[in-house]
Design a protein. Sequence first.
Length: 273
Amino acid sequence: MSCFDSFLLLFLLLLALYKSSQFFRYACKFAFYFVYISTASIILMPYFALSPCNVNNLIVASYVSRYISSVFGIKWNLKGKKFLSDDSPCVIVSNHQSAVDVLGMFDIWPIMGRCAPVGKRELLYIFPFGLAAWLAGLVFINRREPSQAKSQMNQAALWAKKEKIKLWIFPEGTRRDTGKIDEFKKGAFYTAIYAQLPILPVVFSNYYFLNSREKRFDPGEVIITVLPPIPTEGMTVNDLEKLMSQTRTAMENALFEANKEVRELANIRANIK
């Protein structure tokens, strides 16, 4: 058997396994995802280094990386585009379900414009992604030292306000795939009040096509809902709990409506098939 025949046989076996095994598809898609992101990070680093820590680099990265969604068969539908396209600085707060969230961010980044996500410092040490992300303008904070994290967040907010940049923060902290919006941490809201920046809620509908426990990763559709900004002008720390409650309630309502619409669309398409 020639090398070509062996390669062809291996390819056909892997293809058959991909089509027949849910777990294998799940593993392959995430492996492809992380290999693609790592490769893109290495390729883009020299370009980012020409203008280090410039959030415009992230717009370039989004154009390079948004094709992953097409490979996976994920369609992102954006609602509330006018709120996201506004160039005014703000603190974006979004629910955090999976690493797939980043693909949705890539899809809307050209509309969103200048935006700096805030991430935990540990991500900085994941090569090559961490270095590329730092060069691209991500803000890293040390969550293990609350006082230091608070100072870093406040500095980032003042910088964002001055440079007219959006800060993207996941107020739930760790990724959650519970199907609901969990309790918020105070950091994003304290920061918004400190810099007197509006809160811009962004809600991703549940990923019904992705289940880490079942190891399932199918094609699917996601609705991204951008809600009207919530002003913080004139607020003090005494308004913190009220602001958090108002934001979470609005996001929960938006999540309910988006999930309902996504399920209806999925049922319609299933019936057509």
